[in-house]
Each structure stands twice: as structure tokens, then as C-alpha cells.
Design a protein. Structure first.
Length: 426
């Protein structure tokens, strides 16, 4: 419930140096006002305290993009730094998966110009393994992995350690194996091994890691949306206000508690000078009453969805034409494909948290996202697609209200078929 300020961990271990791989920035850090997440913060803070007392742990935070995983990890890093822990943190990146141990090397700040001979030796081994034209045997990776484990072990001998790896869904396989081994040794060391990942793209190794963490009594926390009050607090805080007026609150509700979407919504409105603050209340400016979504926001949201496969995105764009809720059957009709063809794409969208089950139908979790997907199709094309959808639905005997909704969206496409259907249905 509280609104806190987060900064970089003051005692964070930062060996500014060049890595054997290009350096990664590590998890994003929320320096702005932080809303809600009291239970999660308390849970992780407790793990840090226990680690400082010598009882290590492993913990995973799972959540869809924008749900605030990195922001939460940043708050744990700050806490651990204040309690005197050594903090090692990095985020895996999508392109780094090809390089063995890349994520762990970044995390442990193993750099080739370091004074530390052990780190230099690890760099040497990996450089050999990754040299152009040399087919690596894997032996050097195994050796480097053992040395990395040793590094952590020795660091724990000096001070308690917090090791954070964000975006585990992109970590290379060798780093995930090291992460898994660290989890196994955490309980005997003052070591907190913390990771965060998205459920999509799905990684089998992450299933194994999750099972391992659970089996060891560690924490696997699925980060859900902010509740209504905290969501409004986040938006108000970004606008420098204490609360939101009714129109702004209506618009914020369309982000369904996802802090990433809420942040982008608030920032897009502020950029366009569309928020006024009066007596501590932030509200859409008078000209805006009616709650249009800024174009910059729909573009930003469309960009956030690019982690989905092309097939899932195309299916979602068509589904967006049908409204916030739709039946798989109607979608199949509109696409002129059997429903069985759509299962993979829709399953991916559900796992990614873009769609959710709504009784026997599917629904967009975030109305903002549906709008962004729909707006991504040019208006003229959208009109034509709505008109086609109306005809396809009518041909299968869909209820007139569904057909009418499509015709209304096709606004200016009044042709012979439309007039005929209207006459028959009336
Ligand atoms: N509880 C929160 N309060 C305020 N802002 C938040 C909160 N959680 C996340 N944010 C902001 O929302 C955006 C997305 O959060 P992030 O942690 O990057 O999500 P994820 O890592 O799950 O994709 C960031 O700008 C972050 O600062
Ligand atoms: Mg993140």
C-alpha cells in the first residue's frame, strides 16, 4: 500500500570492467515511486534477513511482462545492500543464449581486465571455447562453471551474498545449470539465489528449476496485477498527485493492474500534456473527457507484445476485431480456418497472459492491449475486415447481435449484402 522510493543498492558490488561478453545492464531499477507489493516485499525481505543470519534460500518470481518483476528484484537488491550483503545481479538477454555461461559471467562480474586471477582464468577458458573457428569440446565450459561455483562459495565465506538473475527465460543453458547448482548449495551458505522469469517463451529447463526450488522448500511466487487502489496510486504518483479523478481512473482500469501498462499510460498522457493536477487530484484535461487512449501508448503496447510468435500475434490481431471477449468458434469462422488450427497460437497467448478464459469464451486480459492490437491495423483495412467478419458470421447463423457489432465497426461500408442482411434481420 505504501509508496516508497527505490534506488540502487548502496553496497552493490560493481566491478566496472569489460566482460568476456558485451556487458549487460542488469535488471531495470525502479527509481520512481513504488506502489503496493507489500506482501511480496515482506516475503523477500524476510529471505534476505534469514540469509544474513546464515540460512540461505532460493526463490523465483514468475510474471508476465510489465508485471513488476524487475522492480521487485531491485527493491530486494536495495534491502540486501543495506543489510551488508554482497549483491551480484544481471539480467539475461535474448541474444546471449548462444554463449555458454554468458548470464552467470555477467552476474558475477567476471571480466577479462580484472585484477582477480580466478576471474581472468574463467575468461580465458571461455574465450578459448568461443573462439571463431574452434569447435569447443564443452570441457572448458564445465571447468568454468565449476570455477564460477567456487567464486560464489568463496564470496559467501566473506559476507552474505545475494545473487539475482533476471529474465531467466533467456538465460543460456549452462548458466541455468549453474543457477540450479547454486540453489542446491544455498541452504548451507549465507546465500540467497533469486531469479525472475516470464512464463513465455516456455523453457523446459525452467520447469525443472521450478520443481527443484519447490522440492527444496524455496519460494516460487507468481506476481499478479496490482489491485485497483495501488494501480491508481501508481498513476497518481507518476503525475505528482495523491489520487486520480474519475475519468483518469476509468482509463487506468483498462490496464487491469499491470504496472508496465499503467506506467506507460501515465507517461504517455503526461507527455501529451493531457493530465491536470488540482488539489492533489490528477484528472484528464477537460478536452479529453471521454478517455481516448493516446496513440503513443498503443504503439508502446504493440512493441511490448513482440515477444509473441508471429502466428500468435496474427491470431490476436484478428481476435481483437471481435471485441474484448470472443468465442474460439467465431474466431475460426472469421479466419476461415478450423478451430483446431488456432489452438497453439491461442494457448501461447493464454500462457503469456494476453488472453484469459472467460467461461466458455476467451477474453483479452487488458482492454488496452486489445485496443492497441486493433489500432495497429489501418482503419480502412479494419473496416473491410469487420465487413468480411460480419458476412462470415452471418453465413454460419451467428446471433444477429454479433453480426451487427461487426457491421457497426465497418461503419462506412454499406453495400448490397449489408442492406440485404439488414432487411432480412429486421
Ligand atoms: N509496484 C510498482 N510501483 C510503481 N511502478 C512499478 C511497480 N512495478 C513496476 N513498476 C514500473 O512498471 C514498469 C514495468 O516493471 P518491470 O519491473 O520492468 O516489469 P517486468 O520486469 O515484470 O517486465 C517499470 O517502469 C517499473 O518501474
Ligand atoms: Mg523485467
Amino acid at each position: 500500500m505504501a509508496v516508497r522510493n527505490l534506488d540502487h543498492a548502496p553496497h552493490e558490488t560493481r566491478l566496472a570492467s569489460r566482460s568476456v561478453y558485451p556487458r549487460d545492464m542488469g535488471p531495470t531499477v525502479a527509481t520512481e515511486s513504488f506502489a503496493g507489493r507489500d506482501a511480496e516485499t515482506a516475503l523477500l525481505r524476510n529471505l534476505v534477513r534469514e540469509t544474513v543470519l546464515g540460512h540461505g534460500q532460493c526463490a523465483l518470481v514468475e510474471g508476465e511482462p510489465g508485471m513488476g518483476k524487475s522492480a521487485l528484484l531491485a527493491s530486494v537488491r536495495a534491502e540486501a545492500g543495506e543489510l551488508g550483503c554482497q549483491v551480484f545481479a544481471a539480467a539475461a538477454d535474448e541474444l546471449g543464449q548462444e554463449f555458454p555461461l554468458r548470464a552467470m559471467v555477467d552476474c558475477l562480474r567476471v571480466a577479462d581486465d580484472t585484477e582477480d586471477p580466478r576471474r581472468a582464468a574463467i575468461c580465458g577458458r571461455l574465450r578459448q571455447e568461443c573462439s571463431a573457428g574452434v569447435a569447443g569440446t564443452g570441457e572448458d565450459v564445465v571447468g568454468a562453471a565449476e570455477e564460477l561455483l567456487d567464486l560464489v562459495d568463496q564470496a559467501c565465506g566473506r559476507r552474505p551474498v545475494l545473487l539475482v538473475l533476471d529474465d531467466l527465460q533467456w538465460a543460456d543453458r549452462a548458466s541455468l545449470l549453474v543457477w540450479h547448482r547454486l540453489c542446491r548449495s544455498a541452504e548451507q551458505l549465507p546465500l540467497l539465489v533469486l531469479g525472475a522469469y516470464r512464463p513465455v517463451p516456455h523453457r523446459t529447463e525452467l520447469d525443472q528449476i521450478r520443481r527443484g526450488v519447490r522440492a527444496r522448500g524455496g519460494v516460487v511466487h507468481v506476481l499478479g496485477p496490482l489491485d485497483h487502489c495501488d494501480a491508481l496510486r501508481l498513476v497518481a504518483a507518476r503525475a505528482g498527485a495523491a489520487s486520480c479523478g474519475g475519468e483518469l481512473a476509468w482509463l487506468a482500469d483498462r490496464a487491469a493492474g499491470n504496472p508496465g501498462y499503467l506506467t506507460e499510460l501515465a507517461d504517455a498522457l503526461l507527455r501529451d500534456d493531457r493530465i491536470r493536477v488540482s488539489a492533489g487530484v490528477a484528472e484528464l484535461s477537460a478536452a479529453d473527457l471521454g478517455g481516448r487512449v493516446p496513440a503513443a501508448l498503443t504503439t508502446a503496447i504493440a512493441g511490448r507484445l513482440d515477444f509473441l510468435s508471429g502466428q500468435a500475434l496474427a491470431t490476436l490481431r484478428s481476435a481483437a476485431l471481435l471485441g474484448d471477449e470472443f468465442s474460439v468458434h467465431d474466431l475460426a469462422v472469421v479466419l476461415h480456418r478450423p478451430a483446431s488450427d488456432l489452438l497453439d497460437a491461442l494457448g501461447e497467448a493464454v500462457r503469456a497472459g494476453v488472453l484469459a478464459e472467460a467461461g466458455s469464451d476467451l477474453a483479452f486480459r487488458y482492454p488496452l492491449v486489445r485496443q492497441a492490437l486493433s489500432d495497429a491495423t489501418p482503419l480502412a483495412v479494419r473496416s473491410a475486415l469487420h465487413r468480411e467478419a460480419a458476412e462470415a458470421l452471418a453465413a454460419t447463423g451467428a446471433p444477429p447481435v454479433l453480426v451487427a457489432r461487426q457491421l457497426l465497426a465497418a461503419a462506412d461500408t454499406v453495400d448490397e449484402w449489408t442492406l440485404g442482411w439488414l432487411a432480412d434481420t429486421a
